[in-house]
Design a protein around this ligand. Structure first.
Ligand code: 5GP
Length: 205
């Protein structure tokens, strides 16, 4: 799970990860009631819904988690994530902190990464420079960022997005290392032990 301040570049990092390692990652596309930004496409950045449609999804338990963020709903559709978890791909969710902590409760093995720009001034400049947000929205996102930083201690890693290329490789390396944790690899060791025993007995593999 990738969270971080609005304007930290999470979206760009994920797109880049998928472009570089398409076989290794599956991206969960969230659903939201916010308006599409210019250039965003239905089903690519988000599934855009009305509040009524979103509340219907909540009622049908079709969301793994959802949260309100700056006057809009955001949620993770359950079906895609559950389907991808059956494959060997790393499923990436780019969601805010409240939702991330809910998912961590449901899936304790989830890895939590928090992305930040190098400084508050860079964060403000990126939000303003995006040119798609009103000054009021920029203001509420900066205020929200203060709250988001409060929950960071629950996260596993901090990633600083100064140079995009370095940051993408950092994220990839962290995820690869996590997958190599012994508790995720025990079945492979068991297989090797099993085969070794056969070899010791003089049996063919
Ligand atoms: P934005 O409007 O900038 O695309 O996203 C606003 C915030 O909502 C970001 O922090 C983003 O990570 C978060 N977000 C996006 N999708 C989801 C989701 O499915 N669930 C939750 N809880 N947060 C989400």
């Amino acid at each position: 799970m990738l969270s971080g301040f609005a304007g930290s570049g999470k979206g760009t990092i994920m797109k880049e990860l998928l472009a570089r390692y398409p076989e290794e990652y599956a991206l969960s596309v969230s659903t939201t009631t916010r308006q599409p930004r210019p250039g965003e496409a239905e089903g690519r950045e988000y599934f855009f819904k009305t509040t009524k449609e979103f509340e219907q999804m909540i009622a049908e338990d079709a969301l793994l988690e959802y949260a309100r963020y700056v006057d809009n709903y955001y949620g993770t559709p359950r079906a895609y994530v559950e389907e991808q978890l059956q494959s060997s791909r790393n499923v990436i969710l780019e969601i805010e902190i409240q939702g991330a902590l809910l998912i961590k409760e449901k899936f304790p093995d989830t890895l939590l990464l928090f992305v930040t720009p190098p400084s508050a001034a860079v964060l403000r400049d990126r939000l303003v420079g995006r040119g798609t947000e009103t000054p009021e929205v920029v203001h509420s996102r900066l205020s929200r960022a203060i709250e988001e930083a409060d929950g960071c201690e629950a996260y596993d890693y901090l990633v600083i997005n100064d140079d995009l290329d370095t940051c993408v490789e950092d994220v990839h390396r962290i995820i690869c290392s996590e997958r190599n944790r012994m508790r995720h690899r025990l079945s492979e060791i068991e297989k090797i032990k099993h085969d070794l025993k056969q070899l010791v007995k003089g049996e063919q593999l």
